[in-house]
Design a protein around this ligand. Structure first.
Ligand SMILES: [Zn+2]
Length: 242
């Protein structure tokens, strides 16, 4: 009898908690942040910093998932896609944070699989000018997406790491995907080639005001944390503020 109870509670655990594991950890890793949100980490070779880990997120509800930023290329995106498929989870949408390769490097793969992609209209414009894969559905300032009954708010609040960078908030999870405009604790300023350092701390203040209940904040690179990541980033660019 005891065994039977244990078995059924295990089944229950699997039914309510999505479990995913990478099928190739050399290309992509997952860190579970809440029962339904994972951080995904894939890698980009850069001239200045060498091999850099790049963050995205996976939000799972039932047997569907929305991805925030693709892994860095088509190969790592395929591993993500397959890792989810192995757990019976289908990718139903991809949200692109800004026009850089660490956000949309694997977008072509998802388009080939028929997955819809979303970004700000400004990201579409900058990706077009850069001759990279362009997200399909553009929004002006804000786009609410539904995943099952859960709501995701995607919003452009101003320039920072790039002019087009957005943030995405998973309401019921209280998880904010900040992307590259948010720095991990102890991180440096990173690549500033497309940045607006004069607006960066202003934009972070707007993010803080808009999502004061965010418990988990995922930066573009390195470890997730809480609101302290927003404070750390705002402080970093305070002296450049205009
Ligand atoms: Zn970037």
């Amino acid at each position: 009898m005891k065994k039977l109870i244990l078995f059924s509670s295990l089944l229950f655990a699997f039914a309510t908690n999505a479990q995913i594991a990478s099928t190739d950890t050399s290309l992509i890793k997952f860190i579970q942040l809440t029962p339904s949100v994972y951080q995904h980490i894939s890698y980009l070779k850069t001239q200045t910093w060498g091999k850099v880990g790049c963050n995205g997120a996976v939000y799972i509800e039932g047997n569907e998932a929305i991805i925030f930023d693709t892994p860095t290329n088509d190969k790592s995106s395929e591993v993500l896609y397959r890792s989810l498929a192995k757990s019976g989870i289908k990718v139903v949408g991809v949200v692109i944070n800004h026009f850089h390769a660490d956000c949309l490097g694997g977008l072509k793969f998802f388009h080939e699989k028929g997955v819809k992609s979303y970004s700000s209209k400004l990201t579409q414009k900058l990706a077009t000018a850069d001759s990279v894969e362009v997200p399909q559905i553009g929004f002006e300032n804000e786009l609410k997406l539904k995943l099952g009954k859960k709501t995701i708010t995607n919003v452009h609040l101003g320039a920072a790491h790039t002019r087009d960078n957005i943030v995405s908030y998973m309401d019921t999870e209280k998880v904010l995907f900040g992307g590259c405009m948010v720095k991990a604790l102890e991180a440096g300023r990173g690549y500033l080639g497309d940045a607006d350092v004069t607006q960066w701390s202003n934009t972070i203040e707007k993010v803080k005001k808009r999502f004061p209940k965010a418990k988990i904040v995922i930066p573009g690179h390195e470890d997730a944390g809480g609101q302290e990541l927003l404070d750390y980033t705002a402080k970093m660019f305070m002296t450049d503020k205009k």
